[in-house]
Design a protein around this ligand. Structure first.
Ligand SMILES: O=C(O)[C@@H](CO)OP(=O)(O)O
Length: 247
């Protein structure tokens, strides 16, 4: 049996301001830092050990991993960063307030933009100053592959090669893996692992900074999954994420 630990980053400044974030590189708030430290304390108390860590190229996830590993005295662990673990690109919504957007377009439309499987938010123009195509961290990529918006289906399509080529082989070889990523890149992975339908994935929300443990069999099929710590607190935190897009 293998154990895979997934952690959504701690609260970010734009989570606090309730803004659509996507690929915008905002940092953790003091609450986010303490959530990341609590995740590390919990993992340490429960005896978790890791051989490798994966994260995105966005600082809210990178810093979550740092604080978490620091609590475990494991900052020396190898860390691999990939844009494929980035948050789902939020297109032209990046920077807008979620509640105000719901007031303008309605809760139903915002739910479609936030949680539907195959309807992307309106795209950014490539000339928009918010567009990431000239960002140095993506210099190695074909600019056309840098999204201008993404639905969850698009996110699944770019997360899966990282799972298949990097994470799954590491887990199969016996490495103990921790991932610090984002609400929707984790939803993409969970959709694939648990084979959740396009319809049911709408209901899935991932809380900040709480380790989500997947127990996997030898074929990497999930046996069960659970949040570490207080399950009811995790459920309440997930419900709070769901309501962020309401007017
Ligand atoms: O804004 C975002 O990028 C994500 C995660 O914070 O938000 P949502 O939960 O609305 O998909």
């Amino acid at each position: 049996m293998h154990k895979l630990v997934l952690i959504r980053h701690g609260e970010s400044t734009w989570n606090l301001e309730n803004r659509f974030t996507g690929w915008t590189d905002v940092d953790l708030t003091p609450t986010g830092v303490s959530q990341a430290m609590s995740a590390g304390k919990l993992l340490k108390a429960e005896g978790y050990e890791f051989d490798i860590a994966y994260t995105s190229v966005l600082k809210r996830a990178i810093h979550t991993l740092w604080y978490c590993l620091d609590e475990m005295d494991r900052t020396w662990l190898p860390v691999q960063k990939s844009w494929r673990l980035n948050e789902r690109h939020y297109g032209a919504l990046q920077g807008l307030n979620k509640g105000e957007t719901a007031k303008q377009y309605g809760d139903k439309q915002v739910l479609v933009w936030r949680r539907s499987y195959d309807t992307p938010p309106p795209a950014l123009e490539a000339t928009d100053p918010r567009c990431e195509r000239s960002d140095a961290r993506y210099a190695g990529m074909n600019p056309q592959d840098i999204p201008l918006t993404e639905c969850l289906k698009d996110t699944v399509a770019r997360v899966l090669p990282f799972w298949n080529d990097t994470m799954a082989p590491a887990i199969r070889s016996g490495q103990r893996v921790v991932v610090a990523a984002h609400g929707n890149s984790i939803r993409a992975l969970v959709k694939y692992l648990d084979n959740i339908s396009d319809h049911d994935i709408v209901e899935l929300n991932i809380p900040n900074g709480i380790p989500l443990v997947y127990e996997l069999d030898d074929d990497l099929k999930p046996i069960r999954h659970y949040y570490l710590g207080d399950a009811e607190a995790a459920a309440r935190a997930a419900a709070a994420v769901a309501s962020q897009g309401k007017a």
